[in-house]
Write a protein that binds this ligand. Sequence first.
Ligand SMILES: [Zn+2]
Length: 159
Amino acid sequence: MDFTFKCNHCHQELEVDIAAAGTSVECPACNRKINIPVPEASQIHVAPHGANAANDPNREEKHFVVPIHEGPAEALIKKAAPTLEVAAKDPDKKIRVWTLRRVDTMSVNKDNFDEVASAFLQKVGQEYVISVSPLTYTYRDLATGTWITDYGIMVVFRG
Ligand SMILES: [Zn+2]
């Protein structure tokens, strides 16, 4: 689920997945550090994530350990801002943020993270991808009640 907010430095409107709420990123427009706000409770309509997974006896119960970086994550891919030519061609395209959590790509015993991420980047198109950054998040495993730290990526793109 996405929601929009404005950069508190340059007021660029940004669209971001709810999963990234409360984390901080570099604003794709002004490159300054911004904290993604947590939307009002009334705005959130989160699917009961993991509700079905908890009942699935084949559910993978591994605990994932990933490094947690202090401070802003380094972008894996940094591209120059789109040329004026590209911007003029697509005046309706807004800067958007898309986050992908690995847990959301897992089917029974299989991790589809790479496939899902690749398919998304393919769909957006290389010229519209501004940056791809790693992110970490924690979620509560309903089967064991423990908090699990896992990884994902955040893609900033025009679309
Ligand atoms: Zn900004």
